[in-house]
Every structure is written in structure tokens, then in C-alpha cells.
Design a binder for this molecule. Structure first.
Ligand code: ATP
Length: 601
């Protein structure tokens, strides 16, 4: 099969923030459809949010009240006011708990739904989609982007509401307490805030640079660990350590630059903020001294001023968060809007077995990734049901491409491909692929038991069926030799099987699937004679009564096929049986045969 370059590295570091505009907000809001099923919990959460914000806001008034009690200017006793204070505190604690509880219910469930939808979308997308994206990028959609949404759906929205409410209610209260002092305050604070926002943006840019550089450094770690065998084979450990070290130095330099700006920024803010407060206290104090304002009001005023200051300071952060979320939800929606090749929500169509008569009529094809490079240039072939053919030819001639078109991994070719005289496009994709089994060149096993791996060919197959398939695939002997037998865990974290063993597992899978059409992508690396014999026997068993297309690399294995097609530069250059082709003087096949025998000798 064609090899697709997949890089796991380079986590999508481009957390591109989107400008907040109407279009973006509208799009981002459509992600709220995932919250819809949980709207009741959301509304309850919101009610508790309003209540908890209300109780927090009342603290300033209560502090004012306590001060008036102390000064003997209140009708209440200290105990009464304190008890009320504690009551409010308890209520606030309960409200906050309920708010978090209900919002988490919504966000956790809604996010799982978003993840499920995104995954089922991704896995049902056609192959060309995966050629345009890196795997790392897709996984980060499901992990990082969705987490970003989660924060916004609950925390950020709640925070935004709280801050706006604090700002509006707080300003209302301080105006009511003393409009003179409010105006004085308003003359100083906005200047500080604007300065902080401008400076803050600059610092954020710098720290994003540092993050990007760190992501780049991480790519080195990921890539080298993934290909650790190669690094060691070339004894390039030192080079990689240096490469990583250089990347880290860049991170440190940028991070330090950003840190010194941040230091200046923080000192400035502390200085300016406290300067502002001193100013307010000074002016407020003079108002108290001239009996224009009671002392308790001054305290209330200061408490609300800090509330307001805090909420304004937090807004910059919230804005940045919202920007990131709009980016994240756009990226998720982009995937959700891609057209699937298989409808995951639809019932799997009834299995309609085909006979397996495969025809290609003048098929032309270019890969969507490289539309200007013709890969197949008028391929025609005809395989009667149950017959076996082999495709041979140089690397890159187009053998795998022919097979991929039969699997309908790509749909954009011209000409016609039919199975049982039915145009390929008239098949439901699932229905078609259920009739085809592939034994690939490189067998990748999923993490799980051998039983599960073979069952992959026919989900729900009984253990007896699996055993029988393994027997036919010559796999029973080695499986039974493991202490845990079919329950042996294989894959990344399990037992490593040899190439020949993995191939026999793949053959057992195909036997279990029992399709009319079989595609064998011969392994390029040859096995030892013993394994080779076992695999070949298993394949012979598998090929019985099935239309078989073999992508052949070693000519010795295909002598018995009904017809051999020699592919050269996307065209069929020769076709015939082994005997016919081998005798053609100066024929491509005849030369290949000679060449292989020479190399073997
Ligand atoms: N996904 C793809 N996108 C773009 N071009 C591709 C893709 N897969 C294969 N090609 C190109 O198409 C041509 C035919 O490739 P194909 O894999 O069909 O050759 P092949 O005969 O099977 O070779 P091999 O024996 O090495 O597997 C090659 O030039 C290859 O570079």
C-alpha cells in the first residue's frame, strides 16, 4: 500500500487567536448546540451564579455596616451583624458549590459529546482528508481545542458574567455612596487600566513566542523518541542532544526577555494601583474629615473599588480566552462540517455479498494532493470472480494505487471501475469494503489481545471461530505456545510478534472476514524459509475461491496466478501468464525474472 507520511510531532502549536467579530462569535456560539441537551442544568447553574455573585457583592455593604456598628451609628448590635455576615458567608459557600456542580455537569457531558462527535467525524472522513493533516494536529483538536471550549462554556462565561456584574453593580454602589469620590477614582483608574492592557498584550505576545519555541523543542523530543532505533543506529545521540539543547536555549532567552518585561509590568501595576488607592484614601479621608462622608462609607467605597479593579484587570484575560475559544471552536466546527464518506449514525447496510468480478476500464487517476501528476494513465483489467491476478512493476509504478481505487479510498478518477458489473460508485462504501479484505505489507496490530486482533476481521466472532481461523492461518501453533494463548496482549505495550507471526494474524483476520475479494500486499522483506512456508500455506488457504489481487514484490510467489499485469508508469505494459511473459524476449517481466534470479544467485 502507498506509504503516507505521518508525523506525530509538532502538536498544533498555532493556538491562533481569532479577532472577535460578529461572524466569529456567531460561529462559536453554534458550538452551544452541544449544551442544548443539558440546558436545564445550565439554567440552574446560572441561577446559582447570579446568587453567588449577589452574595459576594453584599460583603462590601456588610463591612460598612460593621464599621457603623463599631462607631455606634447603627440600630443593630455587633453580634447581629456578625451573625448575618456568617449567614451570608454560608449561603455564598452553598451557592458556589451548586454553581460549580451544575456547570461541571454540563461542561463535562457536553465536552464528551463534542469529543465523541469530532472523533466519529474524523474516523469517517475519506483518506484524502488525512493526507492534508498531521495526526498530531487532529489529536490536538480532540484534546486541546475541546478543553479550551470547556473552560469557556462554564468558567469563562461565569467569570465574564461575574466581572461585568461586579463592574456595573459596584460602580452603581460607589456612585450611590459618594459621587464625588467616584468621579475622582474614575479619573485615575482607567488610565492605569489602559496602560496595563497595552503593556499586557505586548507581554502576552512575548510569552506566546516562548511557548511556540518550546513546542518546537518538543517536536525534537517526540520525533527522536519515536525513531529511537534510527537515532541509535546512526549513533547520533550527541547530535540530537545538541539540537535539543540549542532549541532549549532559544526558549530560555525568549522566556527571560518576556520575564523582565513582566517584572517591569508587575512593579508598575503595583505602584500605580496602590498609588491610585492612596489617592482615593487621601481624597476620601479629607471628605471624612470635613464631615462630608461617614467613615463606614469610605470603607465600603474602598472595598468596592478593589472589587471593580479586580474585575477590570481580569477582563483582559477573559478577552484573550474568548479569542482563543473562538479559534478553537472554529477549528472543531471546520472538522464537523467536512463531508463523511460513511454515515456513522446510519445503520450499517445489510451485507450484500458480491461474486468478485472486478473490472477497470481505462482508469485515469491523480492523487488529490498532487493533481498535476498523473499516476494511472488508462488502466484496464478484468478479473473474473475467483481468479487470481498479480500486479508487478517497479516501485512507484502505481500498483498500490490500483488497489486503493478498488477500495474507494479515492473517488476522483476518470474511467470506470466495476465489481460484478456494478459501478463502484453505486455501492455503499461500507457494503463494498465488507466484501474486501486486505493483508497489508506491514501488519500493525492494535493494543489488545490476539483474540481481539483477529476478531477485528469479524466483530462479535466467537472464540471457536477465531480459533478455527487461526488454525487455517497457521497461527494456532505459535498462539498456543504462549502461556496466555489467545489472551496474550500484543501491540505497543504487549508481546512483540515477529513479522511472519503478525502476517499470519492478519491472514486469520481476513479468513474470519471471509470476503469475495482479497488484496495481498506482499511484504517486501523476506521471511526465513520456515516462516515463509507457513505464511505461504496460510495464504494459499485464504486465496481459495476468492478473487485475489496480489501486489507482488517477489516473483517466485506468483507463478501460479491466472494472470500477471506488469505496470509501468501508470499503464499496463504487459499482461499474461507467467509462462507467456517469461518467454517474451526483451519483455519487462522476462527481464525482471532474470534480474531476480541473478540477485538470488
Ligand atoms: N497519497 C499519495 N499522494 C500523492 N501521491 C502518491 C500517494 N501515494 C502514492 N503516490 C504516488 O503515486 C505513484 C504510484 O504510487 P504507488 O504507491 O501506487 O506505487 P507502487 O507501484 O505501489 O509502489 P511500491 O511497490 O513502492 O509500493 C508514486 O509516484 C507515488 O509517489
Amino acid at each position: 500500500m502507498a506509504k503516507r507520511g505521518r508525523s506525530f510531532g509538532e502538536e498544533a502549536s498555532q493556538e491562533d487567536k481569532k479577532k472577535i467579530n460578529r461572524e466569529g462569535v456567531k460561529k462559536a456560539l453554534s458550538i452551544f448546540r452541544f449544551v442544548k441537551p443539558y440546558r436545564l442544568q445550565y439554567i440552574i447553574g446560572f441561577v446559582f451564579l447570579v446568587l453567588s455573585t449577589g452574595t459576594t457583592m453584599s460583603f462590601g455593604l456588610l463591612i460598612g455596616q460593621i464599621t457603623s456598628v463599631i462607631q455606634g451609628q447603627s440600630a443593630f448590635t455587633l453580634n447581629q451583624v456578625t451573625l448575618f455576615f456568617v449567614g451570608v458567608l454560608v449561603a455564598q459557600a452553598i451557592f458556589s458549590f451548586c454553581r460549580i456542580y451544575f456547570f461541571s455537569q454540563v461542561s463535562e457531558r457536553a465536552m464528551a459529546d463534542v469529543r465523541r462527535s469530532t472523533y466519529s467525524k474524523i474516523i469517517t472522513l475519506p483518506i484524502p482528508f488525512f493526507e492534508k493533516r498531521r495526526v498530531g494536529e487532529l489529536t490536538s483538536r480532540i484534546s486541546a481545542d475541546v478543553s479550551q471550549l470547556q473552560d469557556v462554556l462554564t468558567l469563562t462565561l461565569a467569570e465574564l458574567f461575574r466581572q461585568v456584574a461586579t463592574l456595573v453593580i459596584g460602580t452603581g454602589i460607589i456612585f450611590y455612596v459618594s459621587w464625588k469620590l467616584t468621579l475622582f477614582m474614575l479619573a485615575t483608574f482607567p488610565v492605569i487600566i489602559v496602560a496595563a492592557m497595552v503593556f499586557g498584550r505586548f507581554i502576552r505576545k512575548l510569552s506566546k513566542q516562548a511557548q511556540d519555541l518550546l513546542a518546537q523543542a518538543n517536536v525534537i523530543v517526540e520525533e527522536t523518541l519515536q525513531s529511537i532505533n534510527i537515532v541509535k543506529a546512526f549513533t547520533n545521540e550527541k547530535i540530537e542532544i545538541n539540537r535539543y539543547g540549542t532549541a532549549l536555549n532559544r526558549v530560555v532567552n525568549t522566556a527571560l526577555r518576556s520575564a523582565s518585561y513582566r517584572g517591569v509590568f508587575v512593579s508598575f501595576i503595583i505602584f500605580a494601583l496602590f498609588g491610585g488607592i492612596i489617592g482615593v484614601v487621601w481624597y476620601g479621608g479629607s471628605l471624612v474629615l470635613s464631615n462630608e462622608m461617614p467613615f463606614s462609607d469610605l470603607l465600603t467605597f474602598i472595598v468596592y473599588t478593589t472589587f471593580i479593579g479586580g474585575s477590570v484587570a481580569g477582563m483582559g484575560d477573559l478577552y484573550a480566552q474568548l479569542q482563543r475559544t473562538i479559534g478553537a471552536s472554529e477549528r472543531i466546527l471546520e472538522i464537523l462540517e467536512e463531508p463523511s464518506e460513511v454515515d456513522a449514525n446510519q445503520e450499517t447496510p445489510l451485507f450484500v455479498p458480491v461474486q468478485g468480478h472486478v473490472q477497470f476500464n481505462d482508469v485515469h487517476f491523480s492523487y488529490p494532493a498532487r493533481p498535476d501528476v498523473p499516476v494511472l494513465k488508462g488502466v484496464s483489467l478484468d478479473v473474473a470472480a475467483g481468479r487470481k491476478i498479480a500486479l508487478v512493476g517497479k516501485s512507484g509504478a502505481g500498483k498500490s494505487t490500483i488497489v486503493q481505487l478498488l477500495m474507494r479510498y479515492y473517488d476522483n478518477g476518470s474511467g470506470q471501475i466495476t465489481v460484478d458489473d456494478r459501478d463502484l460508485t453505486s455501492f455503499n462504501i461500507t457494503e463494498l469494503r465488507k466484501n474486501i479484505a486486505v493483508v497489508p505489507q506491514e501488519v500493525i496490530l492494535f493494543g489488545g489481545t490476539i483474540l481481539e486482533n483477529i476478531q477485528y476481521g469479524k466483530p462479535g466472532a466467537t472464540e471457536a471461530e477465531v480459533r478455527e481461523a487461526a488454525r487455517k492461518a497457521n497461527a494456532l501453533q505459535f498462539v498456543d505456545s504462549f502461556p496466555e494463548g489467545f489472551q496474550t496482549v500484543v501491540g505497543e505495550r504487549g508481546v512483540k510478534l515477529s513479522g511472519g507471526q503478525r502476517q499470519r494474524i492478519a491472514i486469520a483476520r481476513a479468513i474470519l472476514k471471509d470476503p469475495a475479494i482479497l488484496i495481498l500486499d506482499e511484504a517486501t522483506s523476506s521471511l526465513d524459509a520456515e516462516s515463509e512456508k507457513l505464511v505461504q500455506e496460510a495464504l494459499d488457504e485464504l486465496m481459495q475461491n476468492r478473487t485475489t489481487i496480489i501486489i507482488a514484490h517477489r516473483l517466485a510467489t506468483i507463478r501460479k496466478v491466472d494472470r500477471i499485469y506488469v505496470i509501468r508508469e501508470g499503464q499496463i505494459a504487459e499482461a499474461g501468464t507467467h509462462d507467456e511473459l517469461a518467454l517474451q524476449e526483451d519483455g519487462i517481466y522476462a527481464n525482471l525474472v532474470k534480474l531476480q534470479f541473478e540477485t538470488i544467485e
